[in-house]
Design a protein around this ligand. Structure first.
Ligand SMILES: [Mg+2]
Length: 259
């Protein structure tokens, strides 16, 4: 699975090849990497969407709840994210619900806000680790010090970390809102390697994440190696090139020679 580093790293559009021998510290993203956030958000969307659709049946013309969540609601959240390009706030999700109604000619922010409140009260309990997350954390931390490097609101991220007792696996937990830096800013990667982890130089760090624009772009800008976890088999893009692409977290154990 592993290949040696290409002598012309940027020449090809393929992953350049992870240099495993260089890896001394491993960093993980949280949402979509260790925790199946997308499924929790999709499932949490169902009840408030059904309640809105009882009141405004035209919403059902858009498709079922999972379709509306994945193909429409998420698109609105990405639109908001593109506009903000900074720290994420739960308020933006409220805007997402409002846009969902506004764009379909329903002027009812009170209903949108009620749906948002119900959604926010529902999805946290639906957060689950991916089935291989614990095995991978447990195995990788026996060989390498670990960092958790996550973008997001401190309350939400700490809630997820605590609910799954994740902190014990990591030498450092970095939550963007707590440090005032956001991936892909290379400064948050540099912060992750501040004392006592400053014994590790950037090229010895490997970051594992699911979002190319945040995890891969940021790691590369910081001089780290990167592994892109692509569970859904998304096509490669021409912009962000990880050193290696993996289809599951457990594949990382093969890549690092840990099983
Ligand atoms: Mg992620």
């Amino acid at each position: 699975m592993t290949t040696t580093r290409d002598s012309t790293p940027d020449a090809a559009h393929e992953p350049r090849g992870l240099d495993v021998a260089r890896v001394e510290v491993v960093s993980f993203d949280l949402d979509g990497t260790l925790i199946d956030s997308r499924t929790a958000w999709r499932d949490g969307f169902a009840a408030p969407f059904a309640r809105l659709a009882e009141r405004y049946p035209a919403l059902l013309d858009l498709g079922d709840s999972a379709h509306v969540h994945d193909r429409i609601f998420q698109k609105y959240l990405i639109e908001i994210w593109e506009r903000v390009r900074g720290e994420w706030s739960p308020d933006y999700v409220r805007d997402g619900w409002r846009i969902l109604l506004d764009r379909h000619a329903i002027s009812d922010h009170a209903a949108a806000d009620a749906a948002y409140e119900e959604y926010e009260a529902t999805w946290p309990a639906m957060m689950r680790l991916f089935e291989d997350s614990l095995e991978v954390l447990e195995t990788v931390q026996r060989r390498y010090p670990l960092v958790l490097l996550t973008n997001g609101n401190a309350t939400h991220q700490r809630m997820k970390i605590d609910a799954h007792d994740l902190e014990k696996w990591f030498h450092r937990v970095v939550v963007s809102e707590e440090v005032g830096l956001v991936k892909p800013d290379p400064a948050i990667f540099a912060h992750a390697l501040s004392a006592p982890l400053d014994i590790f130089a950037a090229p010895s760090a490997l970051h594992v994440g699911d979002m190319r624009s945040q995890d891969i772009a940021g790691a590369r800008a910081a001089g780290w190696q990167s592994a892109w976890i692509n569970r859904g088999g998304a096509p490669a893009d021409d912009e962000h090139h990880p050193d290696i692409e993996i289809a599951s977290l457990s594949e990382l154990l093969d890549v690092l020679g840990l099983r």
